[in-house]
Design a protein around this ligand. Structure first.
Ligand code: GDP
Ligand code: IMO
Ligand code: MG
Length: 429
């Protein structure tokens, strides 16, 4: 089935909702998949033919022969991470020539951005640490906004090595102030020599390319990384990433008009997880949290860190529906809840004085003294991982999902009941 639509897909919570799996599933009906923000902080998993593939920078459509995969201008790309990933994709048998493209406007994460990321994180006091992935994302976006970033197109220029030397001198001032090791300018310039020939064939004008697809009415899938609650504007600032993973980011991160977007799909886990620091109202520190972590395999796809786990948060879901204009939800990991006698949905955050927040507050201090308000529903306590249709789901699982949709708005489009490609149910789309 082909949708003939341009689709933006975003994460609704704090990341790791299963975006990679859903992108892989939807790629059959698209001609191109475009990443529009973030970098190799993302870890998107696809399980196909019993094999697990983890993608960090390359769009998750790469496993489908012939589909174009584009790194848009809004991405920050570490050339070494990308080179490693391209080699890996080739070892999987993916043909890259002619179908993998990098925007000449995409900024590069350089070695000094990674060094500054680590040094800044080390310098932060306990309680203020962000728990970044250490991939240099914040410093690379800071360089972009500060108008001193290096873009993919710069590798084609004859003065690339000189620019590196100049930027290393600048970065060393920051590293010195942070008490971190300084970098050697000539060594850095040499380090980047192989990047030029490895990436040059892929660097192109992706804005032109994307508009050729749009003009020819060839459907495009825009793949968000991270998620709404990690968005630099809408997330739990400052415990966020440094880009806009929300739907608007698809326009600024790829060069399309909002009018070119036909539908927005939000990916949402049927419980909640978070990696790194920052507020998480429904977090569980008990046996239920451990059950979610173990049954859900909740360990970071990029850093291997155990993910924090908790009940479904409908305040977050509603907020994500509004901020992104989610038309359809791809709901994931229903099977992980199979053993619970009771499943809980958070509908608000209650302050000590009795006031209940039903929208996400900007002031994180306010959240610190809140208790989640829960609605309890009976569990289904049977295996849903082999379900192939909505009708075949246990009644209590349907009730749980329907209540969530009622609280957050939008419609259900996809339901996922396991990690494999085949465990994906198409519902309304
Ligand atoms: P992403 O960053 O949003 O692409 O998500 P990740 O790949 O980081 O994390 C999602 C994890 O859950 C991966 O290990 C997936 O293979 C797995 N997964 C996705 N959907 C399901 C599901 O419905 N059930 C189960 N049990 N695992 C799933
Ligand atoms: P995907 O695309 C989950 C988190 C980090 C940290 C914060 C800032 O796989 O869903 P950064 O390195 O971006 O400066 O870290 O954001 N984070 C993610 N958490 N999934 C991700 O990506 C994430 N990318 C960044 O843990 O709390
Ligand atoms: Mg992930």
């Amino acid at each position: 089935m082909r949708s003939l639509m341009n689709t933006v897909l975003v994460g609704a919570q704090w990341g790791d909702e299963g975006k990679g799996k859903v992108i892989d599933f939807l790629t059959e009906e698209a001609d191109a998949v475009v990443r529009f923000q973030g970098g190799s902080n993302a870890g998107h998993t696809v399980v196909a033919g019993g094999r697990k593939y983890v993608l960090h920078l390359i769009p998750s459509g790469i496993l489908h022969d012939g589909k174009h995969c584009i790194i848009g201008n809004g991405v920050v790309m570490d050339p070494f991470d990308l080179m490693k990933e391209l080699e890996q994709a080739e070892s999987w048998g993916c043909e890259l020539k002619g179908r993998f493209h990098i925007s000449e406007r995409a900024h590069m994460v350089m070695q000094w951005h990674r060094a500054i990321d680590a040094a800044e994180e080390a310098a932060r006091a306990e309680g203020s640490k962000i728990g970044t992935t250490g991939r240099g994302i914040g410093p690379a976006y800071a360089a972009k906004v500060g108008r001193r970033g290096l873009r993919a197109g710069d590798i084609l220029k004859p003065d690339f090595a000189d620019v590196i030397r100049r930027e290393v001198a600048e970065a060393n001032r920051t590293l010195r102030a942070l008490g971190a090791h300084e970098l050697e300018a000539d060594e850095m310039a040499r380090l980047y020599e192989p990047v030029v020939s490895a990436l040059m064939p892929y660097v192109t004008d992706t804005i032109q390319l994307i508009h050729e697809f749009i003009d020819a009415k060839r459907p495009i899938l825009f793949e968000g990384a991270q998620a709404t609650m990690l968005d630099i504007d809408f997330g739990t600032y400052p415990f966020v990433t440094s880009s806009n993973p929300t739907a608007g980011g698809a326009c600024t991160g790829s060069g399309i008009s909002p009018r070119s977007i036909d539908r927005v799909i939000g990916v949402m886990k049927l419980y909640t997880t978070r990696v790194g620091e920052g507020p998480f109202p429904t977090e569980l520190d008990d046996a239920d949290g451990e059950t979610l972590r173990v049954r859900g395999g909740e360990f970071g796809a990029t850093t291997g860190r155990p993910r924090r786990c908790g009940w479904f948060d409908a305040v977050v879901g509603r907020y994500a529906q509004r901020v992104n204009g989610v038309d359809y939800w791809a709901l994931t990991k229903l099977d992980v809840l199979d053993t619970f006698p009771v499943v809980r949905i958070c509908t608000g955050y209650r302050r000590k004085d009795g006031f209940v927040y039903t929208t996400f507050p900007a002031d994180l201090g306010a959240l610190a003294h809140c208790e989640p308000v829960y609605e309890d529903l009976p569990g289904w306590q049977c295996d849903t991982s082999k379900t192939t249709s909505w009708d075949a789901l246990p009644a209590n699982a349907k009730k749980y999902i329907e209540r969530i949709i009622e609280l957050v708005g939008g419609k259900i489009g996809v339901l996922s009941v396991g990690p494999g490609r085949e465990t994906t149910l198409r519902i309304n789309i």
